[in-house]
Design a protein around this ligand. Structure first.
Ligand code: MN
Ligand code: MN
Length: 326
């Protein structure tokens, strides 16, 4: 990428073509040649970090390619957020923080490397916006966030509860166990936990009992239909309150008709319009970090799911503007 004024927001179309590189949203790249992340942020208040890790997937691998697919999909999105009323990228001095250097050849280093990069971003004064990767990346991200901010509120959008004890797959951690672990490690304030988009069939009621025992709320797709999107958003805002909150979006919460590019699809999910409206309605929530996970580009159709992931990220960044502006 050319030398770039970090306060300017996105590269213009012609500069982008000349540079020939695909960063998230045509943003400046914080560390084009590696190096320490916290030093590289230079005043950025939001850093978008790719996490090409799918070692936690149980069925269909491929989410490791998602950061690259979202970069490519995101170049068509301009920066002005109608609700935020500002150029979101310029306001946040947002940057592409590159990828976490994780590889399935060194699985034992994955979680600590992810945690360390997220911690560096926070130390640099920016909010981390992660693009997975499978959902197991949320656990190390929450470890870093909770270390800095204490137990956080959590808005968890997903078809699945992700509170498995891992027994189905031989008792190991995977993309369906991270929330159970996060609760047991005290990273999430159970009373400020809300899950949205869950739907059956599921193994048994035990996973949901874990959430209820922690004091969390579950909003199934049937609840969503009964209460309506605005009602669910209001419930989410009331649940997390005014304190630090993390937003995690598993793209399988969205119906496979809108988000086919994912490894564990479940029929009967939210529409893309519903989920985007839900995120927009979280404006003024004190968002300290966000991730979009479980996009599997090889299963995607025409890049629809990658584009939706880019839009979800954009709306999350727009919320971060409003939280800081209020
Ligand atoms: Mn899921
Ligand atoms: Mn999940």
């Amino acid at each position: 990428m050319p030398k770039h004024d970090m306060t300017r927001g996105q590269l213009g179309a012609l500069d982008f073509l000349r540079a020939g590189q695909t960063s998230f949203f045509r943003l400046p790249v914080a560390r084009p040649d590696g190096g320490p992340l916290d030093d590289a942020l230079r005043g950025a208040r939001a850093a978008i970090l790719g996490v090409p890790w799918d070692g936690g997937v149980t069925i269909h691998p491929g989410a490791r390619h998602a950061p690259f697919a979202v970069r490519q999909a995101s170049v068509v999105l301009p920066g002005f957020g109608p609700d935020a009323g500002v150029d979101v990228f310029r306001f946040l001095r947002a940057v592409d923080a590159g990828n976490v250097a994780v590889t399935s050849l060194l699985p034992e280093l994955a979680a600590t490397t992810i945690e360390s990069d997220v911690a560096d971003i926070m130390r640099g004064g920016a909010a981390p916006f992660l693009v997975g990767g499978d959902h197991s990346i949320t656990l190390p991200a929450l470890r870093a966030v909770a270390k800095a901010r204490g137990p956080v509120g959590l808005v968890h959008v997903d078809a699945h509860a992700d509170t498995s004890d891992g027994s189905m797959w031989g008792g190991v951690s995977h993309h369906g166990t991270w929330l159970r672990q996060a609760l047991s490690e005290g990273l999430v304030d159970g009373k400020r936990l809300i899950q949205i988009g869950l739907r059956g069939p599921w193994k048994d009621d035990e996973e949901h009992a874990v959430v209820h025992a922690a004091g969390g709320r579950i909003v199934t797709v049937d609840d969503f239909d009964a209460v309506g999107g605005a009602g669910v958003a209001e419930l989410a805002r009331r649940t997390v309150g005014d304190a630090a909150t993390y937003l995690t979006i598993d793209v399988d919460a969205i119906d496979p008709a809108f988000a086919p590019g994912t490894g564990t699809p479940v029929a009967g999910g939210l529409t893309s319009r519903e989920v985007l409206r839900l995120v927009r309605a979280l404006a003024r929530v004190q968002l300290v970090g966000m991730d979009v996970v479980e996009l599997c580009p090889v299963l995607d159709v025409g890049g629809a799911t990658a584009l939706l992931a880019a839009h979800l990220l954009f709306e999350g960044l727009a919320i971060a503007c409003q939280a800081r502006a209020s």
